[in-house]
Design a protein around this ligand. Structure first.
Ligand code: ATP
Length: 641
């Protein structure tokens, strides 16, 4: 059934491509062979047979000098088409350059965006006439004028495409790798916006033919003795009653050429659309992970500080106010340790780690008393910080589909960290890349190396992202909800893989998740975040068995696990977390907390040890070990809803 649909689609694609391709071939033939075949007839004057109607010798008649109109029309093809292609190229290059600057740079973007919006408000033909007067009458002036009139359209399209591509995770990953803006544009942005731009250009050649003909018709374009279809149309209209062919022949040529490029554009669009449809793959049984080598090279030093974050704050300022997704976060990650950050959606987990990876973009600002990675103060290190992070930090994002650049092969993704940061020769980097794919349990790594991301399943893409991390010299692996976008059957494997890779490469792991049950499987220590604060921090077992903060206690109790009684109702966490733009004097959890009193609402509790020094909680009334929180249980229908 699927095969029949695909076959039918292919047949439709081939048949719909025949008319524009045949017409295009015909026009190319006219451009190439035209001068040799019709050159003489088009230039031969015969005043005795001037301004004649159609005859067997002159199908479209003759002009005022007795020249054959059909021959001149066919000969005018090359000038008309070359000028149209040139003006599209000029408009395309100028527009794409402006659009890229506007899409990449926030400050210049606003200015260029405003100019584009102003120009786009005028009809393109009106702009072309305006620019033709400025650039001067003639072929060159008209080409520049039509190019300038098209540039705002190209710029608007490029700006929109760039803005949406620039926020993709593979572009952010490229920034993490320390790639400069020019490299990011040519490697990651342009290849991914090229298809709609090519499509737009093809259709625009048709419009350019019409616009140039219009300028020539108005006397602003091609000047005698040179001629194009617009010039011929203008001359032909003067004698339309005696020699109608003088106007009809160039008019037919203009319409046919315009139609050809429009049909070609539609066909390319179909072709691209079909190619981008993800192939349906039958998901094979997930590959067994190779034997775990946990413990083979455990770091002996127990408390080597790798990352030290002290009083981290992330602030976004806008005309509408200030929003602070990370209010005050302090934590450390020791060498070889796996630390998890948990908390409900919007608690600031991703923003806090984005600040560590230097991925918070304007208008966001990062403040910290200390943000030290491998003994380097990141907020003061400038370019050195980029290099350090590019070499020693690996990021695994939530959606592996977004994290990989669809335009480049898996191999290229893997080679970049090794070649850019370790300056490794391509040959040895390639060998290591195939080894890295094998290490993350990807079958047939040599074949996968040559494939593009769309040829891989979601789980495989995430394995590739992990393998990319292995290509540098990672000391810290930040995994931001790496299993959320994956099929449940693959989640556990990816989790185990990340844990194993961390141990084998002696890297520490900072693992972000909203699911405490997930992180408890791999983490040594858990940090609980709420409304931009760390509200509790403890070794995993202590946090799960004796949570001190009421929020943690509710998170633990409401986390459905395989071991709990499925018939028993889950505790309910009513209310919502304060927004990032809300400022409160006291504890941000107070409104949802069954233990809150007046002090909780007026005075913010500091993160302080509760019992053991490794266990800290920010609460005025922490739960004493073993104490149960009085909680409202969810009704069965609430659990289902
Ligand atoms: N570019 C931005 N501008 C302004 N505020 C932002 C921006 N990005 C994020 N925020 C704010 O930061 C808050 C925290 O976002 P963050 O992505 O860190 O949460 P999270 O805990 O990781 O949640 P999730 O699990 O849903 O990803 C958001 O609720 C949002 O209000």
């Amino acid at each position: 059934m699927a095969t029949t649909t695909t076959t039918r689609r292919r047949i439709r694609l081939i048949t719909s491509g025949i008319p524009p391709l045949v017409l295009l071939a015909f026009f190319i033939f006219l451009c190439v062979a035209g001068p040799a075949i019709w050159g003489a007839a088009a230039g031969h004057t015969d005043v005795a047979h001037a301004s004649q109607g159609s005859s067997a010798q002159h199908w479209m008649g003759t002009d005022a000098l007795g020249r054959d109109i059909l021959a001149r029309t066919l000969l005018a093809t090359s000038r008309s088409l070359v000028l149209a292609v040139l003006s599209t190229l000029i408009g395309g290059c100028v527009g794409v350059a402006l659009g890229l600057i506007a899409g990449m740079s926030r400050r210049l973007g606003r200015l260029i965006g405003a100019v584009i919006a102003l120009l786009i408000a005028f009809p393109a033909m009106l702009l072309a006439i305006f620019f033709a007067v400025i650039f001067g009458i003639g072929s060159v002036g008209s080409v520049l004028a039509v190019g300038a009139a098209f540039a705002p359209g190209f710029a608007r399209l490029t700006q929109t495409l760039t803005a949406s591509t620039a926020t993709r995770e593979y572009v952010e990953a490229a920034h993490v790798l320390g790639k400069g803006p020019v490299r990011v544009v040519f490697r990651h942005i342009l290849p991914n916006i090229a298809e709609p731009l090519i499509l737009y250009s093809t259709i625009h050649i048709g419009t350019a033919i019409l616009s140039l003909a219009g300028l020539s018709f108005l006397g602003l374009g091609v000047q005698p003795p040179a001629y194009d279809w617009g010039r011929m149309l203008s001359d032909g209209l003067a004698s339309v009653y005696t020699t109608p062919g003088g106007a009809i022949a160039p008019a037919i040529a203009i319409v046919l050429a315009g139609l050809t490029f429009n049909m070609l554009g539609e066909w390319i669009s179909d072709l691209i659309g079909g190619r981008n449809e993800a192939p349906r793959t039958v998901s094979a049984a997930p590959a067994e992970l190779p034997a775990d080598t946990v413990g083979a090279a455990e770091l002996s030093a127990g408390h080597d500080r790798l990352l030290e974050v002290s009083h981290l704050r992330v602030v976004y300022g806008s005309r509408d106010g200030v929003s602070t997704p990370v209010r005050d976060v302090s934590f450390t990650v020791n060498a070889g340790e796996t630390v998890a950050i948990v908390g409900e959606s919007g608690s600031g987990k991703s923003q806090a780690t984005a600040a560590v990876a230097q991925l918070v973009e304007a208008p966001g600002s990062v403040y910290a008393k200390q943000l030290e990675f491998l003994d380097t103060e990141l907020l003061e290190a400038g370019k050195n910080a980029d290099e350090l992070l590019g070499r020693s930090l690996a990021m695994i994002f939530q959606d592996p589909g977004e994290a990989l650049n669809p335009a480049v092969t898996i191999g290229t993704h893997l080679l970049e960290p090794a070649m850019i940061h370790l300056h490794e020769p391509k040959r040895s980097a390639r060998e290591r890349a195939i080894e890295a794919l094998r290490a993350v349990a990807i079958n047939d790594p040599a074949r996968r190396y040559k494939q593009h991301p769309h040829e891989l399943s979601g789980g495989m893409k995430q394995r590739v992202c992990i393998a990319i991390g292995l290509m540098g010299e990672p000391r810290l692996l930040i995994a931001d909800e790496p299993t959320t976008a994956l099929d449940v059957t693959v989640q556990r494997q990816i989790l185990r893989l990340i844990s194993r890779v961390g141990k084998e490469t002696h890297s520490s792991i900072l693992f972000i998740s909203h699911d405490i049950a997930v992180v408890s499987e791999i983490s040594d220590r858990i940090l609980v975040m709420y409304a931009g604060f760390i509200v509790e921090e403890a070794p995993t077992a202590a946090l799960l068995e004796t949570p001190a903060h009421p929020y943690t206690a509710l998170l633990v109790a409401s986390s459905p696990t395989m071991s709990i009684d499925k018939e028993a109702p889950l505790p309910s966490l009513d209310g919502t977390m304060p927004r990032a733009d809300q400022e409160l004097a006291g504890c941000y959890f107070a409104d949802r907390c069954p233990r809150a009193d007046a002090r909780c609402r007026s005075e913010r509790p500091p993160l302080e040890p509760v019992g053991d020094t490794s266990h800290r909680a920010a609460c005025w009334h922490p739960l004493i070990a073993g104490e149960k929180l009085p909680v409202r249980l969810k009704e069965p229908e609430e659990v289902l809803s």
